[in-house]
Ligand binder design. Structure first.
Ligand SMILES: [Zn+2]
Ligand SMILES: [Zn+2]
Length: 271
């Protein structure tokens, strides 16, 4: 019978589903039957959805209390001058930033599993804790009323991070505040700055023996034809005092908020 021969050539019996082993596979390209495929796809979808929800819950726990409320906290106020949160940063932008930050945090957490090398100075130095920036500045003023004093100061405080101020920006902000709220002398533009992992560090030289900024080129220009050999950029009698600011992620908050820890180190020789 021609009809039967034709049929068997076109429709070789499909193998059975390799999941339920009962129904034939959907077609030759698949290894499972239609109901089994549907089931598997559905469970994949649910797992994906669950993971997304977990991420969102964790993210929201951090952001809920973390969206900048214009000018409430001290971190936006610098010596009476209010620093405005830029208008163009919409709430959506802020959330996006927080999301990125949170992702970074997750990576950092994963990295925490491995013992990480801690820079010697930071593991040994004990920083005195202050409630906030104001109290830290007060302590500096009290212990360092003028630049003739010798001082070794290690102070720290923590804040809840806000989305548009990363560790680098925060370090520069602290430097400005430190300069305007304490008797410390340093040139905001003359700094050494670099990241240390997710932390950010800035160093300033004390300029208490205030000399106009000098460079070898300025000097030779000043002395004109009597051009001296290039000298050291810093005059010999420059103060060796140092102001160091370190801003790092602070994940110690009990409610899981992402914070920033600010560490201020002052080292000043007696005049
Ligand atoms: Zn099946
Ligand atoms: Zn000095």
């Amino acid at each position: 019978m021609d009809g039967a021969a034709l049929a068997s050539a076109e429709e070789l019996p499909l193998p059975n589903c390799n999941v339920c082993r009962r129904a034939p596979v959907t077609n030759r390209w698949y290894s499972s039957c239609l109901p089994c495929r549907d089931k598997r796809n559905e469970s994949k979808r649910r797992t994906k959805e669950k993971k997304r929800e977990q991420r969102m819950r964790a993210f929201q726990a951090i952001t809920r209390d973390n969206i900048p409320t214009s000018s409430s906290s001290s971190q936006n106020v610098s010596a009476g001058k209010k620093r405005k949160v830029p208008e163009e940063e919409s709430k959506a932008d802020a959330l996006e930033r927080m999301r990125k930050r949170f992702k970074k945090m997750e990576l950092v957490k994963a990295a925490d599993v491995a013992p990480k090398p801690v820079s010697a100075t930071h593991s040994e130095t004990v920083f005195e804790k202050y409630v906030d920036d104001k109290n830290l500045y007060k302590a500096i003023k009290r212990r360092y009323p003028d630049s003739a004093n010798s001082i070794r100061f290690y102070g720290t405080y923590a804040i809840i991070a806000i989305p548009n101020v990363n560790n680098k920006l925060k370090a520069r902000q602290v430097a400005r505040d430190l300069r305007s709220s304490t008797p410390l002398h340093f040139n905001l533009e003359d700094l050494e700055a670099y990241p240390d992992g997710t932390a950010y560090i800035v160093h300033y030289k004390c300029t208490c023996r205030a000399m106009p900024p000098r460079r070898a080129s300025d000097l030779s220009a000043y002395f004109g034809s009597k051009s001296k050999p290039a000298v050291d950029e810093t005059p010999k009698d420059a103060c060796r005092g140092r102001i160091d600011i370190r801003v790092e992620d602070d994940r110690s908050h009990s409610k899981g908020w992402l914070g920033q820890r600010i560490k201020v180190t002052l080292n000043h020789p007696k005049m």
